[in-house]
Design a protein around this ligand. Structure first.
Ligand SMILES: Cc1cc2nc3c(=O)[nH]c(=O)nc-3n(C[C@H](O)[C@H](O)[C@H](O)COP(=O)(O)OP(=O)(O)OC[C@H]3O[C@@H](n4cnc5c(N)ncnc54)[C@H](O)[C@@H]3O)c2cc1C
Length: 552
């Protein structure tokens, strides 16, 4: 065969590395006294980096779930069929305890450890992490009713996966989803029209539609519906105690921008049987306990995506030559990589810190619970908003290859906006922060008190926090300014954590660019005079053992 050319200067695939080999993980676990979990974390990271796991994610993405509304004889079955790769991913994730296990653990760092593992596993496939996250999040909401919690919690927190369509009582392992959003409004759930009628036996019959319900094969769905006493939360199992299918009609699966391995459905409830969770009229506060946990996972997921994008970009730059030098040594590319890395470190640090606060709040620390309330709202807004622009820049670091599906960067890019849309889109998340502060002014005071802890570490930080303190005085215009104020709160929080606990070079770059505002309006505009070498070193993957590419 005639040879036309040799392939040179192409980058080896990033396989065979430990995705948990990221300094922020170890630093965060060490800070919280959770180093005994490091071995387990690295086990997750090593598996996430294997060619097999990467191929599983590719397969699940390439073979989206299929809805079967009827069997061949015309009976309604309302079943979603998933590719075997999806089930294997679910089995691995639940085996690692990424779903409900922290709620059944007596490890004082269970939520932090789970967050680090979820983050390390994140880049494999985002889609299946939706039911993992909803299962995790369902437990605190279920606890509103101890008898329902006793019924379902063991299955939601046991480490294992059973996708069979059977009565929850017959299954050792369960998953849960949530069904709130209707056609006329998702953010404004109080506009829900789905109705619930109480029966003589104390159950309710639920009738109406939901415009978005992900993972509809979950064993139970937490559904909002209008009962006589107002909007109420219900536990609606897919299979009833008598073994028959509940009245849940799956109409269609959404054709989504990304998140292809996950089924997101349109549903109609037709006299579905539901068990009331919490009092009538308390639907929103009840389900908020679930939403708050999925918001934590949105923050963890966006931070994980930023870390993955940064690592891919640094890996590419470390192996690619341009204009006679390694790309990673070109001054302007160093600026871009370091800027991406600083963003990812700030996001990962705050995400893990929020998970650690969850541990403390669960142990009864009320101050931690208040701090978490505001800090989570600001971080859900800010971290999830930064992720799409971060993904676009990371993709560009790979040049044309980054725009091609093989690189998996388009997947990262398509996935990125979802975390901001879901569970309180940008504006709603920003406004939620203001609402929390107005409803519970002491929570804002606790938040500002946390920021004070880092005072004196950096003059740019002190000035930034001083300015933030005056942002709340003009109440008339605060809603108009919500994105700015909440974004600044999130930036200050990340700054305080990095200055106290982060690597000094990362903290300095963060302070100069984000707090001192010495930067342009895109990534790669850090000012001169910063020590970029350790920042880039920390985000460049080491020890890529396998060099074969992955073909799913
Ligand atoms: C892939 C995917 C999966 C999903 N899975 C589920 C699921 O499993 N269960 C479920 O219940 N839902 C699910 N959702 C729905 C999601 O939670 C909603 O789409 C989201 O809450 C926004 O609601 P909406 O689409 O009705 O938009 P709207 O509420 O109409 O919001 C539109 C825009 O208006 C903004 N906005 C709203 N209120 C205000 C205000 N007061 N001031 C200023 N701006 C405002 C919002 O920020 C947003 O940008 C899913 C969505 C997606 C994309």
């Amino acid at each position: 065969m005639t040879t036309t050319h040799e392939v040179t200067n192409q980058v080896p695939p990033l396989t065979g590395h430990d995705t948990a080999d990221y300094a922020v993980f170890e630093e965060s676990l060490r800070r919280e006294g959770a180093t005994s979990a490091l071995d387990d974390l690295h086990e997750v990271g090593r598996l996430a980096g294997t060619a097999h796991s990467i191929a599983l994610g590719d397969r699940a993405e390439a073979h989206p779930p299929v809805l079967h509304t009827h069997d061949r004889y015309g009976h309604r079955i309302d079943q979603v069929a998933y590719d075997p790769s999806y089930h294997e991913l679910m089995e691995i994730s639940t085996g690692f305890g990424l779903h409900g296990t922290p709620w059944a653990s007596d490890d004082p760092h269970a939520h932090l450890v789970r967050a680090a593992k979820l983050s390390a596993w994140g880049p494999v496939d985002a889609g299946h992490q939706c039911p993992i996250s909803m299962t995790y999040a369902s437990v605190p909401a279920l606890r509103v009713d101890p008898s329902l919690a006793a019924q379902y919690e063991p299955g939601l927190t046991a480490a294992g996966y059973d996708p069979s369509f059977r009565r929850p009582a017959d299954k050792q392992f369960l998953t849960a989803g949530m069904s709130m959003t209707e056609k006329q409004g998702g953010s404004d759930v109080r506009a829900n029209t789905t109705r619930a009628r109480e029966q003589a036996d104390g159950t309710y019959r639920i009738t109406g539609h939901k415009w978005f319900t992900s993972a509809p094969m979950s064993d139970l769905l937490l559904v909002l519906a209008q009962a006589p006493g107002g909007l109420t939360c219900f536990v609606v199992p897919r299979v009833l105690p008598d073994g028959t299918a509940n009245g849940i009609r799956l109409q269609r699966l959404k054709d989504k921008l990304g998140n292809h391995s996950n089924a997101s459905s349109e549903v109609e409830y037709v006299d579905a049987v539901g068990w009331r969770l919490g009092d009538e009229g308390r639907g929103v506060p009840t389900i908020i306990a679930m939403v708050n946990m999925t918001r934590l996972d949105c923050t963890i997921g966006s931070a994980s995506s930023m870390r993955a994008g940064t690592l891919q970009a640094a890996h590419h730059a470390a192996h690619r030559q341009v204009f006679g030098a390694q790309l990673i040594d070109q001054p302007l590319m160093r600026n871009v990589l370091a800027d991406l890395a600083v963003e990812a470190e700030g996001a990962t640090t705050v995400a893990l810190w929020l998970a650690a606060l969850t541990d403390r709040a669960e142990a009864g620390d009320e101050q931690a619970a208040m701090l978490r309330r505001v800090s989570l709202a600001v971080s859900k807004y800010h971290v999830c908003k930064r992720s799409p622009i971060h993904a676009a820049e990371a993709l560009e670091c790979l040049g044309g290859n980054g725009y091609v599906e093989d690189s998996r960067m388009p997947r990262l890019y398509r996935e990125a906006p979802l975390m901001s849309v879901w569970e309180g889109s940008g504006n709603v998340a920003a406004l939620d922060t203001l609402r929390a502060a107005a409803k519970q002014p002491e929570s804002l005071a606790v938040f500002m008190g946390e920021l004070d802890e880092a005072r004196g570490a950096d003059r740019r930080y002190d000035a930034f926090v001083d300015e933030l303190g005056s942002a709340f005085t003009d109440v008339e215009t605060i809603e108009h300014r919500a994105r700015r104020v909440v974004g600044d709160m999130a930036t200050a929080l990340q700054g305080s954590l990095l200055l106290r606990h982060g690597h000094p070079a990362v903290a300095d770059a963060f302070a100069a660019s984000r707090l001192g505002r010495d930067r342009g309006d895109v990534f790669g505009t850090l000012p001169t005079g910063l020590d970029l070498a350790p920042i880039i070193e920390r985000c460049t993957p080491k020890g890529t053992g396998e060099t074969q590419d992955v073909i799913a």
